[in-house]
Structures are given as structure tokens and as C-alpha cells.
Design a protein around this ligand. Structure first.
Ligand code: ZN
Length: 254
């Protein structure tokens, strides 16, 4: 039995894709999650949707209560999480509108609560493969079937924000082999791993950050415009993929 959590990001705060949808308000030992939970089904598979920045997009990146969000989805019984996020591209070939399915992250955040293991016995969680390989392959296969341009096995760097990078930082991140940049994947993915939830992210490339001399430096308006034009691709990919998801506890080391 599987249950899928969807964490909607910028431009995907409230996708109306569920049958038999109902809203519920929950609290957790870590406080309130970013939004009410929308529970329903997609082709018979139970799904819970949460809006990372609130349904009115009012929560800035450092203000997201990531622990409450992951706890709330765990408490609902979610076995898998599909997360949507907007990213800036650090590679010429990852064009605005393309999708990216990351396999690695670099943590460049500075002031976030990034663990549930801050009390009790010390726990050091392995993080060599942070994103569920089963979900990543399923998403990549379905993206190809849908004719979407999706880049697999990429590295996302998460910065604190809310400001964007300087050119010096953007070039440094490229030299570290980061492929895309955002403000939300960490600590969401590692908190999900701590709760033994299989997690994968579908990132929408919206801009070229500020390293690309031929392109205008990123603005928030640029991100929203690209997301609005292409959000249906992420939604289609989720709707196509979710009914195929089965338990991967036996094949993933979560
Ligand atoms: Zn898995």
C-alpha cells in the first residue's frame, strides 16, 4: 500500500488534480505545516498535497517549517513524496522550461532546522543517495513517454535566499559541478529520508541564474512567468506517474 505526498512549490502551490478532494488542517510537534493538506486520490492512489510556501505563496524560503511539513505528511501515512520546485540553470543545455530530476544535492543553506535527530541518541544518517532511485527512474521514464525534455542525474545546490546569487557565487557553484540552484530542496529531502519516506524532486528550470553572459540575470517575475507557462508539464508528469508507484522499501536503502 502506498500513499503519495506532493509538495507543491512556486507556481504549483495549489494544483487541482485530485478526485474526492477534501481539506484538513493539522498541527505537529514542530508547529503548523505551510498549508492545509488537500487529501484525495489520483486514479485510485491516495495522495496528499501540501503547498511549501502556503497556498497564497506567503512563506519565504527560510521561513518554511520543513520539519512540520515532513512530519505532517508522515503522520498522514505518506510512503513517497514527489516535490516540485523551481530552479535556476547553471548549465547551458538545461534551458528554461526543461525539467530536471536531481540525484544529488549540495547544502549551502545557513539557518534551517535540518534534522529530527537533535535530541536523544546521536544519529548520523547516510546521505550518499538522497533521492529515491526508483522514483527518479519512474519519473524519467514517464517524462520521456510524455515527450518532455527532462535531465536526470543532476546536482541541485540549495542556497538560503531569499536573495539570488552574485555572479561570483554562480560561477563558484558551476565549478562545484552543481547543475541547478534553488532555495527549497534542502532540508526537505534529508528530513524525508530521516522519516524513511522515499523522496524525489521534479525541478522546473526557469532561468539561467546570473552566470550566463548572454542572458538577463534572474528575477522573480522571470521565474513565475516560466513556471506559469510550463507548470502543466510537471502536473501531467505527476498525474501520469503516481498510479504506477509501488512500494520500493525492498530495493531502496532508505
Ligand atoms: Zn525508494
Amino acid at each position: 500500500m502506498v500513499k503519495i505526498g506532493i509538495i507543491g512549490g512556486s507556481g504549483l502551490d495549489d494544483p487541482e488534480i485530485l478526485a474526492e478532494a477534501n481539506e484538513c488542517t493539522v498541527t505537529t510537534p514542530y508547529g503548523s505545516p505551510s498549508s492545509t493538506l488537500t487529501c484525495g486520490t489520483i486514479a485510485g492512489t491516495p495522495v496528499v498535497i501540501l503547498a511549501r510556501h502556503g497556498k497564497d505563496h506567503s512563506i519565504y524560503p527560510s521561513g518554511v517549517n520543513f520539519r512540520a511539513n515532513i512530519w505532517a505528511l508522515k503522520e498522514q501515512g505518506c510512503t513517497h513524496i514527489l516535490a516540485a520546485t523551481a530552479v535556476g540553470s547553471l548549465r547551458r543545455e538545461i534551458e528554461p522550461g526543461h525539467l530536471v530530476i536531481p540525484s544529488q544535492f549540495i547544502d549551502f543553506t545557513k539557518k534551517r532546522e535540518g534534522t529530527f535527530f537533535d535530541r536523544g541518541p546521536v544519529v548520523h544518517k547516510p546521505m550518499a543517495e538522497p533521492f529515491c532511485p526508483y522514483l527518479r527512474k519512474l519519473l524519467a521514464d514517464n517524462a520521456a513517454l510524455l515527450g518532455l525534455c527532462a535531465h536526470s542525474d543532476k546536482t541541485v545546490i540549495t542556497i538560503e535566499g531569499p536573495r539570488f546569487s552574485t555572479k561570483a557565487e554562480s560561477h563558484m557553484f558551476r565549478s562545484w559541478n552543481a547543475d541547478v540552484i534553488n532555495m527549497s530542496t534542502v532540508p526537505e529531502v534529508n528530513l524525508a529520508r530521516e522519516q524513511k519516506i522515499h523522496y524525489a524532486s521534479v525541478a522546473m528550470s526557469t532561468d539561467y541564474d546570473c552566470w550566463h553572459e548572454d542572458e538577463a540575470p534572474v528575477t522573480w517575475e522571470m521565474i513565475l512567468s516560466t513556471m506559469r507557462k510550463n507548470a502543466h508539464n510537471v502536473i501531467n508528469l505527476f498525474v501520469q506517474t503516481i498510479p504506477q508507484i509501488v512500494s520500493c522499501d525492498d530495493i531502496c536503502n532508505s
